[in-house]
Ligand binder design. Structure first.
Ligand code: SF4
Length: 294
C-alpha cells in the first residue's frame, strides 16, 4: 500500500492558507541534562549547539532575531507568515518571567502565526503549562518533545535522563491545555532493531501526539556518540536502509498525525556519519521516488 503521509507543509498550508516558513530562534537557555540537574554531558548525540545548530546566534531581543531570520529566509521565501521556532536546548527550562517575555515577544509579532517550542517532557511544570495555555489562546502553540525512543535500554545508552512515564505525563498535560504536541523519534540509534524503531513510532502515534518528526541518527563531531562510533561501537544506517525504514514507519502513522519531518538536518561542518545524509534534497527526492514506486 502506498504510504500516504500528511506532511507538515500540507497541514500548515491548509491551516494558514499559504506556505509558512519556520524561523529558528535562540532563547539563550541551557538543558537540565547538561547542567547537572538531570545529568551531565547531555544526550550522547547532542552537539554543543544543543540540537539547534541552525538557530540564530543568541541575542537577547527576540524581535531583532525574528527580523534577522526573516532576512535570511527572504532569499527563498517571499511570503510573510512565519512560525517562531525555539529549537536549541530546552526551551521551557528557565525563569518563568523570562519565558513569558520571550514567547510573548514572538507571538505578538505580526508576522508570526504560531510558536513552536522544543523541550524535554520533564521541563513542563505547572507554571510553564499555564503559560503555554495562555499563549495558545493568542496563536497556536506547538510543543516538540524529544522522545527519540521508547526503549529503556536505549534511553539509558543515549543518556536521555528521563523516563517514558515523564513523556506520557507531558503529553497528557499538553493535550489538556489544547496545544499541539509533536514528538521527535530518532531512527538508527545504536543496537536498535527495525522492530524496536517501529515500536517507538507505534507508541508515539498512540500516545496522542498530533505530529511526529522522524530523524536519522547523525554522528556529530565532539559528541560522545562520535567516540562510540569511531571505536566501532555501532554502524550507521545506509541510505537504502533508511529509505526502506522511513517507508515502513510512514505505513504505521495514521493520516491524522502530521509528519513534520522524514529526516533531519545536520550541519555539514559537524557531520561525521552517515555522509550520504549531507545531501538532504537528494535523500528526500529518493524517498519520494521510492514511495511512488510502492
Ligand atoms: S535534552 Fe535536548 S538539548 Fe538536552 S542534551 Fe538532550 S538533545 Fe541536547
Amino acid at each position: 500500500m502506498l504510504p500516504y503521509y500528511y506532511s507538515y507543509n500540507e497541514y500548515m498550508t491548509e491551516r494558514f492558507g499559504e506556505k509558512v516558513y519556520k524561523l529558528s530562534l535562540d532563547a539563550g537557555l541551557t538543558c537540565p541534562n547538561r547542567d547537572g540537574t538531570k545529568g551531565t554531558g547531555g544526550c550522547i548525540f547532542c552537539s554543543a549547539g544543543g540540537s539547534g545548530d541552525f538557530s540564530e546566534r543568541h541575542i537577547d531581543d527576540i524581535s531583532l532575531q525574528i527580523e534577522r531570520a526573516k532576512k535570511q529566509v527572504g532569499k527563498k521565501y517571499s511570503g510573510d507568515k512565519f512560525v517562531a521556532y525555539f529549537q536549541s536546548y530546552t526551551n521551557t527550562y528557565g525563569d518563568i518571567d523570562y519565558l513569558c517575555k520571550i514567547f510573548s515577544d514572538a507571538i505578538n509579532n505580526e508576522n508570526i502565526v504560531a510558536l513552536s517550542i522544543g523541550t524535554r517532557p520533564d521541563c513542563l511544570g505547572k507554571d510553564v503549562i499555564e503559560l503555554l495555555g495562555e499563549l495558545n489562546k493568542i496563536k497556536p502553540v506547538f510543543v516538540e518533545l524529544g522522545l527519540q525512543t521508547v526503549h529503556a535500554e536505549t534511553a539509558k545508552l543515549i543518556n536521555r535522563c528521563y523516563e517514558l512515564s515523564d513523556y506520557d505525563e507531558a503529553v497528557r498535560k499538553l493535550k489538556e491545555i489544547g496545544v499541539n504536541v509533536v514528538v521527535h523519534v530518532i531512527l538508527g540509534l545504536p543496537h536498535e532493531t527495525e522492530d524496536m524503531m517501529l515500536g517507538t513510532v507505534d507508541y508515539a502515534v498512540k500516545s496522542g501526539a498530533d505530529g511526529i518528526k522522524l530523524h536519522l541518527l547523525h554522528v556529530l563531531k565532539g559528541t560522545a556518540l562520535e567516540k562510540m562510533y569511531l571505536d566501532g561501537g555501532f554502524d550507521v544506517l545506509t541510505e537504502d536502509e533508511y529509505i526502506a525504514l522511513v517507508i515502513k514507519c510512514l505505513k504505521h502513522i495514521p493520516k491524522n498525525v502530521v509528519v513534520h519531518r522524514v529526516t533531519g538536518d545536520a550541519p555539514k561542518k559537524l557531520l561525521v556519519a552517515p555522509l550520504w545524509s549531507a545531501d538532504k534534497k537528494e535523500v528526500l527526492n529518493r524517498l519520494n521516488r521510492e514511495i511512488r514506486k510502492k
